[in-house]
Each structure stands twice: as C-alpha cells, then as structure tokens.
Design a protein around this ligand. Sequence first.
Ligand SMILES: Cc1cc2nc3c(=O)[nH]c(=O)nc-3n(C[C@H](O)[C@H](O)[C@H](O)COP(=O)(O)OP(=O)(O)OC[C@H]3O[C@@H](n4cnc5c(N)ncnc54)[C@H](O)[C@@H]3O)c2cc1C
Length: 218
Amino acid sequence: MTPPNTTKENGPTKILIIGASYAGLAAGLNLLDLCQGRSARFSSRDSSSSSSSSVAEKQDGTLGVKSEVLIKIVDERDGFYHLIGTPLALASTTYASKAWHTISSIPALHDPSISFLQGSAIHINPSTKTATVKLATSNAGKEGDEIEEGYDFLVAASGLRRKWPTVPQSLTREEYLRECKGHIEKVTSGETKEMGGVVVVGGGSSILPSPLSHFPFL
Ligand SMILES: Cc1cc2nc3c(=O)[nH]c(=O)nc-3n(C[C@H](O)[C@H](O)[C@H](O)COP(=O)(O)OP(=O)(O)OC[C@H]3O[C@@H](n4cnc5c(N)ncnc54)[C@H](O)[C@@H]3O)c2cc1C
C-alpha cells in the first residue's frame, strides 16, 4: 500500500484497489467494515458480540472514529472468478456457471462507498497518486479509452497473470462460459479419443480429481 504524502482533512479518503479477486475483495470489504466502525468481517472476533462494542462506539478517543471512504475496485474481469476451481470449471458446465459472479450480482458490494470499474491498470504514478486505467468493453462506447484515477491509498492486488490452460482467459462471464463449454466439448469429442485420449501433466490433489471424475471414459 502506498501511504499518502499528506493527511486528508476534508472529504472521504479515496482507496483504489487493483484486482477484484481474493485479495482485492478481502481488502476492500474488511476496510469498509473498519471504516464503518465494525469489526472486520474476516476477523476471528464474534461479530454478534462485536456489534455492541464496535470501535466507533468506544469512548477512549483512540479507536472511536468512523472514517469516510470511497473504495474503487478495478479489474480486467467483469466479476469475481473463483480461480482455484478452474480444474472443475473446465470439466463441468454446471460448476462453471457457479464459479464466476459478476460484480453487480455480489450483494456485499452493493454499498454506496464501493464502486467498480472494468479495465486494466496500465500505469501507476505514486508521486501524483494516480493510476491510468484502460477501459474495457463494458464501459459503453469507451473501450480502450485511458482514464486517470486519483487515490489517497492504493492496494495492488493484481496477483499473477496465468496463461491458458491454467485458467480461462475470458474477461466477461458470458465469454468465460463459452470458453469452458468449448473446452469440455473438445475434450469429450470423438476426435480426442481418436488422437489417443488426454494426458494430464502434473496435477496435485486438487487438480487431478476433476478431469478423472468427470471424464472417466477417456
Ligand atoms: C488451478 C489453481 C488451483 C489453485 N488452488 C489453490 C488452493 O487450493 N489453495 C490455495 O490457497 N491457492 C490455490 N491456488 C493459488 C491461488 O489461486 C492464488 O494464491 C490466488 O488466486 C491469489 O489471489 P490474488 O487475489 O492475490 O490474485 P489473483 O487471484 O491472481 O487475482 C488478481 C486479479 O487482478 C486482476 N488484474 C490483474 N492485473 C490487472 C490489471 N493490470 N488491471 C486490473 N486488474 C488486474 C485479475 O483479473 C484478477 O481478477 C491455485 C491456483 C491455480 C491456478
């Protein structure tokens, strides 16, 4: 996280999060909880007991402040993809449809302090505290446009860029479902059998069971 040069005195603090996967969403939602005077949702503290003694209600003057924040999340994908389920998503269309949730379909993100932008962060300038984002197709008519997003704090949660076939490469849920279906059809087609079947290279305990249990005939 890049610290701000100056302390903000007016207006909400702007948090820019790059990446809407496990790390990015966890950072955004836990931060929102803390800034709204609640225990962080991933905290081990019992939320029912903490709600009556939230930090905002403390009188000791140290933790008793709520902070106004505006959290903007940027991702190339149009939603959250449960990436570790990839081996199963590439074996079962039923599962594939459960593994990708568009941002608008995630209730936890329906908060006025959170907004989402689909696009690719292509440059960060820590001295001006701006990120350049190349917009995706979902930003009607503005695909490819580059915009500047200012921030007070930046969370870089862009993870790793993994190539096909480690993970699907689609950036929208619709494309992703087509990508998984196409792969499954290819694997199960007669052509694959004629070519001698499928070889699974590597694959630990979480990867190997999916193709084996879904395509036992291969
Ligand atoms: C097949 C497979 C199985 C796995 N199984 C397990 C497991 O069982 N247990 C486990 O703990 N870990 C597992 N892992 C590892 C786990 O997936 C990663 O540790 C985890 O995804 C890291 O999460 P992250 O949020 O840091 O980054 P990522 O999941 O890599 O997410 C990064 C996000 O940032 C976005 N992004 C990237 N660059 C930009 C950019 N320039 N602009 C805008 N957005 C951008 C991406 O679209 C993505 O949504 C597995 C990985 C794979 C591939």
